[in-house]
Design a protein around this ligand. Structure first.
Ligand code: NAP
Length: 300
């Protein structure tokens, strides 16, 4: 249980609603900032303006998956308010206050280091990334269906990267009957691709491997699908870039060549906000409970 814990949830999309539900079920006291357009009322939860929050009482701050922009501004889907995370705000919090966000962000890393508060990036955790790959795969399948006029079954699909997302995507497209080849740079990844019954290739060979593909799904957050690679693709190829912004594709060149290339961020929040929110809510609940336990042990 999270009884007695005071948490500020600042901004975010529909996924945060599941987080709020889970934490309020566990009896945490929640201050919601950036949710005034939300009709649903949870028990033990108050909607507040950022200026009304008493940060000296806050044990944890939960930010959206994307954290903030480079100036500290938080994305608000349920509010017209603009909120910026500031040094002054964080300095008021107790020293044990932890800031939870989804992905890495230079602004948050810098500011939390400066004020000596702990920053937890949920998507750096393997469990969150693997669970989250499930709705990501479903969103990728949806995009492939929406943007092609051929079936996934029987098509040739190149998946780039065998990380947490790449592995799930490659397996799902294989089970849908696609001919899946996977590009990686580590020999253990090439071995795993072979073991999965898929066709492995080294990323050094990418420009040769794309000559016969129908769909290219990139999960590598670096410019790998560059102009030289795109130039070798058949013109009907669909590129779905799942890597975090700005993706790993030369979108300008793809457009110039008439190849459809789509940057597809935050698919879990689009196709399955409830499931994606539950993944985050469960992990956050566990982490907050662990924090409470650790603090209690300190005082025994
Ligand atoms: P991950 O487990 O870290 O996998 C990343 C993959 O990229 C690994 O196979 C890694 O291989 C490879 N890689 C990284 N840098 C490389 C480089 N310079 N050259 C070649 N290969 C490189 O990450 P993940 O959890 O699968 O997530 C992948 C991306 O998708 C991230 O950008 C993440 O933010 C994003 N994502 C997007 C969505 C969405 O909805 N679009 C959802 C979830 C995640 P090595 O091991 O060889 O480095």
């Amino acid at each position: 249980m999270l009884t007695g814990l005071q948490i500020a949830v600042i901004g975010g999309d529909a996924r945060q609603l599941e987080v709020i539900r889970k934490l309020s079920e566990l009896d945490a006291k929640l201050s919601l900032i950036g949710f005034e357009q939300l009709d649903h009322v949870f028990t033990g939860v108050s909607k507040e303006k950022i200026t009304e929050v008493d940060f000296t009482e806050i044990d944890a701050i939960i930010l959206p998956i994307t954290g903030t922009d480079s100036n500290g501004q938080v994305e608000m889907i349920f509010s017209a308010e603009t909120v910026e995370i500031t040094e002054e705000m964080l300095l008021k919090t107790p020293s044990h206050c932890t800031i939870y966000t989804g992905i890495k962000n230079a602004f948050l890393e810098e500011i939390t280091k400066k004020v000596k508060r702990r920053l937890v990036m949920l998507f750096e955790r393997d469990d969150v990334a693997i669970y989250n790959s499930i709705p990501t795969v479903e969103g990728t399948i949806m995009m492939a269906i929406q943007h092609t006029e051929f079936t996934i079954h029987g098509s040739t699909v190149a998946v780039l990267g065998l990380g947490r997302v790449g592995m799930s995507v490659a397996r799902a497209f294989h089970h849908l009957g696609a001919k899946v080849k996977v590009g990686a740079r580590k020999s253990e990844h090439l071995a795993r691709i072979t073991e999965m019954g898929l066709q492995p290739f080294h990323l050094n060979e990418l420009d040769k491997e794309v000559r016969n593909i129908d769909i290219c799904i990139n999960t590598i957050p670096h410019l790998v699908v560059n102009a030289a690679v795109i130039q070798k693709m058949p013109t009907h190829t669909l590129i779905i870039d799942l890597a975090s912004k700005p993706g790993g594709t030369d979108f300008r060149y793809a457009e110039k060549r008439g190849i459809k290339a789509l940057l597809a961020p935050s698919l879990p929040g689009i196709v399955a906000p409830k499931s994606a929110g539950q993944i985050l809510g469960n992990v956050l609940a566990q982490l907050l409970e662990d924090d409470v336990m650790k603090r209690k042990e300190k005082f025994i």
